[in-house]
Design a protein. Sequence first.
Length: 243
Amino acid sequence: MAGHSKWHNIQRRKGAQDAKRGKIFMRHAKLIYTAAKQGGGDPDMNPALRTTIEKAKADNMPNDNIERAIKKATGTLDGASYEEVTYEGYGPNGIAVIVHVLTDNRNRAAAEVRHAFSKHGGNLGETGCVSFMFDRKGYIVIMDKEGKVDEDELTLEAIEAGAEDIEVVDNVYEIYTMPDDFEKVRNDLSELGYDIEEAEVTLIPQNYTELDKEQEATVTQLIDMLEESEDVQDVYHNLKIAE
């Protein structure tokens, strides 16, 4: 794999979001809405919806909010209609950035993304200008908080379940799968009793770029501004966050 812990980037993102609960719930609601709209409102029959609900609950989103989003999608409640848009470009110092937006106002979302890039010395590009630098992968994190996980045993079980690769960084096990194998690997490992900290299908950079502290700060300012937008669901980048 890319030789860098994605988990460190996720920890930074989660820490930055602690004070933004309202926006986090709104993002989860839109993801739940889209998943239910596309595959139906029954989580047992809709794996994408089940995954989004699990992620929402991990962020302590109230059940009422979750149910409301599903009802909107299935026509029980009136609500806005959302569309997915992806923007690509380069941040400062040539960092590749992909922004996934879910919005009910495409013009507003485009203006906010464009403004963030412009303000922090980046440039939006054409579709496909940086996406070739990323691979779509299933990503599962298992935390060995008590030092009880047998690395060899977990590696064999993960590969047997269908995992492509596994990395270990400071008792954090990062497991990578093909997107189609993600659900099976996650379910198999969960049934084996492993505590899954993070699980998603995401974009993984083929290579990370390391910058000095001042350059990194400039890039993280862009990422932070993008993530503050209620329309922005995910920001993918190839910056190696310093540990």
